[in-house]
Design a protein around this ligand. Structure first.
Ligand SMILES: Cc1cc2nc3c(=O)[nH]c(=O)nc-3n(C[C@H](O)[C@H](O)[C@H](O)COP(=O)(O)O)c2cc1C
Length: 126
């Protein structure tokens, strides 16, 4: 028989969850990165993601401004860095430098790639 639970107790069943890193480009040319757990693939071709991003996040402001971002899947050793970039706001600090995450240029957007993120086999080219 189904158990009754409060909505907040039921939501806890979702965790632990996979987290992605979302990078963006700042107006001064620097980069920002945040952790996003509420993320889902919505389409493979064309590549589409659903990202639930708080409207107080700097990332939200930068995506609205630049219309660009990168979604990176952190590798299993990046836990500390994920927590670092997920607990600070990029308005006030350089989270790339502070976290020690290495970035590299992307081919098609100004937002950078996370250098040691998981590289997917058979990535769509769009
Ligand atoms: C594991 C983890 C998952 C998170 N998931 C989300 C999320 O799905 N959506 C969101 O808006 N914030 C999420 N956060 C919080 C943001 O990463 C955090 O507010 C961050 O400071 C925003 O950075 P920004 O202001 O530089 O964009 C998460 C944090 C952690 C540590």
């Amino acid at each position: 028989m189904q158990k009754r639970a409060t909505i907040s107790k039921a939501f806890k069943r979702k965790y632990p969850e996979q987290v992605v890193l979302v990078t963006t480009r700042k107006p001064d040319g620097g980069a920002n990165v945040m952790a996003v757990g509420w993320a889902a693939i919505a389409s493979s071709v064309p590549s589409m993601f659903v990202l639930a991003i708080d409207d107080g996040a700097y990332t939200y402001e930068l995506i609205k401004k630049t219309k660009e971002f990168v979604v990176a899947f952190p590798n299993e050793k990046m836990g500390k860095e994920v927590v670092y970039v997920g607990t600070r706001h990029g308005h006030t600090c350089d989270k790339i430098a502070g976290s020690g995450l290495a970035i590299q240029p992307a081919d098609k957007v100004k937002a950078p790639l996370i250098a040691n993120a998981v590289r997917l086999q058979g990535q769509p080219s769009n």
